[in-house]
Design a protein around this ligand. Structure first.
Ligand code: ADP
Ligand code: CIR
Length: 423
């Protein structure tokens, strides 16, 4: 379009954001958010950024409007945007850069560092009695193939090619990493439900992912690889093309990290993942950039869980976040919390698992100090629950957990001050 022609066109009226927006093209004018919207998108999508990017597409043809639809539709988003390709982080840099800076505290000139050597982790086993509070441990990383767009921009054929490439790569796994790939397409409903309930498989229908195009053609091209023990798993074509997961019952964080680090070294030899010096591993959600690592425990904290302020203070101090135990955006109804590192970018994998270990250790100490002396801190023994906690079940929990509001950090705040609710 000629400049003169563009100047002749009337400026579209601002577009009100909300659930009525279902397609990117419906965002015609500058998006306006309801009062009280706290997403980083609403903060950093200025008129100047909009004017620059509104008609842009990335090198694969996915539009800027597609990248922001999630946050324009879901005004309760913490972040509100997804990248459609590695290149879109550069193409739409005027939006992504300030979001990355605010969320991660990672300057444009900063380099990402990596260290997945489990021997560098300082995590002596927990005392046997303390370890009983921890039900299970899980560490995952996200990866995407360098040769393809990210999920929001991938075509159906490309997604199926990624699934095929994944199946080839899985052949490299040996010993405790050897397993079988199960496509979601054709999996019976009962098996799928059980795998989700047992925390092994992703759920379907996330509204944030739906809006950015990540759920297209579901369930085709999606699946799960796992070992017979289900202690090592890989999700294929969910939010990222690969989610590599090590998990097991109990509190042995070192064993879980050792398994993950061996698995990543193995698959890294047969698959080329999208990566650069500044952003580390490239992921569709800007919150996961860098390590794309989330190390978590499911831990029973009936006393500390009741002390909201203290719980949140410890979480902030040790850079961990508190989630419900059934995945992101879930609540807890049995005093079991998901405690995980909140930082992802600019720090090594070892440092982030260390954050989680340190935070969990501090929470265990706080729980012991709050519990009556005779109490036993086990998941099974609900007798240890405080009396008022026993009657407070799911319907009361939402106001309490996750602990943090979704208020974004101040521009000068360090990354660790970011909300516990996302990612
Ligand atoms: P992510 O894959 O980003 O870590 P979710 O929070 O949605 O995202 O978790 C995915 C699944 O993994 C959920 O079923 C969740 O309960 C399970 N999960 C997470 N951490 C643990 C853990 N420490 N032990 C057992 N299951 C876990
Ligand atoms: C949001 O902005 O709140 C959602 N898009 C989720 C952001 C972080 N979570 C994630 O990537 N899993």
């Amino acid at each position: 379009m000629m400049d003169a022609e563009r100047e002749m066109r009337p400026t579209p009226r601002p577009t009100k954001c909300g659930t009525h927006l279902t397609e990117p093209e419906e965002i015609k004018g500058f998006p306006t958010f309801p009062e009280g919207t706290k997403s980083l998108l609403s903060k950093h999508l200025t008129q100047a950024v909009w004017d620059e990017c509104k008609d842009m597409t990335d090198e694969h043809g996915t539009s800027f409007k597609r990248c922001i639809l999630s946050g324009c539709q879901n005004v309760d988003s913490g972040i509100g945007c997804y990248a459609s390709s590695h290149q879109s982080y550069n193409q739409f840099a005027s939006l992504f850069d300030p979001i990355i800076l605010e969320y991660h505290g990672h300057e444009k000139s900063a380099k990402h560092v990596s260290d997945m050597d489990w021997k560098n982790l300082d995590c002596p086993p927990f005392d046997a009695k303390d370890a009983k509070m921890i039900k299970s441990t899980r560490i995952r990383v996200g990866r995407n193939l360098a040769a393809y767009p990210l999920g929001p921009g991938i075509t159906r054929d490309q997604r199926n090619e990624v699934e095929k490439a994944a199946q080839v790569a899985f052949k490299a796994f040996e010993g405790e990493l050897e397993g079988t790939y199960y496509p979601l397409n054709g999996m019976d409903a009962a098996t799928q439900k059980q795998l989700i309930e047992d925390h092994f498989l992703f759920k379907e229908g996330d509204r944030f992912l739906e809006a950015c195009g990540l759920n297209r053609d579901w369930p085709e091209g999606r699946g799960i690889f796992h070992t017979p023990s289900k202690e090592f798993l890989v999700w294929v074509n969910e939010e990222d093309e690969f989610r590599i997961i090590s998990m097991q019952q109990g509190a042995d964080i070192l064993a879980v990290f050792r398994r993950l680090s061996n698995a990543c070294a193995t698959i890294g030899k047969v698959a080329e993942f999208a990566h650069d010096e500044h952003l580390g591993y490239i992921t569709s959600c800007p919150t996961n950039l860098g390590t794309a690592l989330r190390a978590s425990v499911h831990i029973h904290l009936p006393y500390l869980g009741k002390q909201k302020d203290q719980f949140k203070t410890i979480a902030d101090k040790f850079h961990v976040q508190i989630r419900g135990a059934h995945g992101e955006h879930t609540e807890t109804d049995d005093h079991i919390y998901d405690i995980s590192n909140i930082r992802r970018l600019g720090l090594s994998e070892v440092s982030l698992v260390q954050d989680m270990y340190n935070g969990v250790k501090a929470m265990i100490e706080a729980e012991k100090a709050l519990a009556p002396k005779e109490a036993e801190w086990t998941v099974e023994e609900t007798a240890a629950e405080p009396e008022d906690a026993k009657v407070e079940k799911a319907e009361d929990a939402p106001a309490e957990v996750p602990m943090a509001s979704s208020e974004p950090v101040k521009a000068d705040a360090p990354a660790q001050a970011v909300e516990s609710e996302v990612p």
